[in-house]
Design a protein around this ligand. Structure first.
Ligand code: MTE
Ligand code: MO
Length: 197
C-alpha cells in the first residue's frame, strides 16, 4: 500500500520526477513581489559584493557582461506550491564574481534595489548553483520578474532568487532576511520541503 502511495499519486499534477513534493506545475509565470515594481534601467543598475574588511567589488551593466554570460536550463520552485520546469535563462555565474573576493565569512545577505533582503550560505551560491540572471525564456527579464537583473538560485525555493539584485554582504552568521524573519525557512530546500520554521 505504501508503495502505491509513493508512486506518481504522491506528486501533484504529474508524475514528473523533477517536481519536488507538494509542488504543482504551472504554464504561466506568476509574479510575486512584496512591494511595488521598481523601474531600474540597465544604466542605473549595479551589483556589489562587500566583505568583512569593507572591500567592495562592484559591477555595472557593462562590466557584468564582460565577465561572461552563460545559458542555464533549470526548473524553479516557489514556496506557494508552483513550479516551472525546463526554463531557459541567461546570466553570469556567481562563481565568476567571487573569483577575486577574499572572505572568511560563510553567509551572505542579499540586498536589492527595492529594499528586499534574503540570506544564504555562501556554499549555496558557488559551484555552479547561482547566477545573476539577465534573460529568461529568450527575452530580457521584464521589470516585474526582476529586470534588468535578478539573482537565480534554482535549487532553493524561489524567494531566495532576489529580483533587482543590488548587493551581497558577507556575514559571519546566518541572519534572516525579509521572508525568513516572517516565518520562512532559513535555507529553503524544496526537496526537503523546508518551507517554514
Ligand atoms: N526584490 C524582490 N525580490 C523577490 C521578491 C520581492 O518581493 N522583492 N519576492 C520573492 C518571492 S517570494 C518569489 S516567489 C520570487 C518571485 O519571482 P517572480 O515574480 O519572477 O515569479 O521572487 C522573489 N524575489
Ligand atoms: Mo514566494
Amino acid at each position: 500500500m505504501a508503495v502505491i502511495n509513493r508512486g506518481f499519486g504522491g506528486r501533484r499534477g504529474t508524475g514528473d520526477p523533477r517536481l519536488p513534493p507538494g509542488q504543482t506545475l504551472v504554464d504561466d509565470w506568476p509574479v510575486l513581489t512584496a512591494g511595488p515594481t521598481p523601474d531600474i534601467s540597465p544604466e542605473e543598475w549595479s551589483f556589489s559584493i562587500t566583505t568583512e574588511t569593507g572591500a567592495q567589488h562592484r559591477w555595472d551593466w557593462g562590466t557584468l557582461h564582460e565577465v561572461g554570460v552563460e545559458d542555464i536550463r533549470t526548473d524553479i520552485h516557489c514556496v506557494t506550491h508552483w513550479s516551472r520546469l525546463g526554463m531557459a535563462w541567461r546570466g553570469v555565474s556567481v562563481d565568476r564574481l567571487f573569483e577575486d573576493v577574499e572572505t572568511s565569512y560563510d553567509f551572505v545577505m542579499v540586498r536589492t534595489h527595492d529594499g528586499y533582503t534574503t540570506n544564504l550560505p555562501l556554499d549555496d551560491l558557488l559551484e555552479g548553483q547561482a547566477w545573476i540572471a539577465t534573460e529568461a525564456d529568450g527575452e530580457p527579464l521584464t521589470a516585474e520578474h526582476g529586470g534588468p537583473a535578478r539573482l537565480l538560485v534554482p535549487h532553493l525555493y524561489f524567494w531566495k532568487s532576489a529580483k533587482w539584485v543590488a548587493e551581497m554582504q558577507m556575514m559571519p552568521t546566518d541572519e534572516p532576511g525579509f521572508w525568513e524573519q516572517n516565518g520562512y525557512h532559513l535555507r529553503g530546500d524544496p526537496w526537503r520541503e523546508e518551507r517554514y520554521w
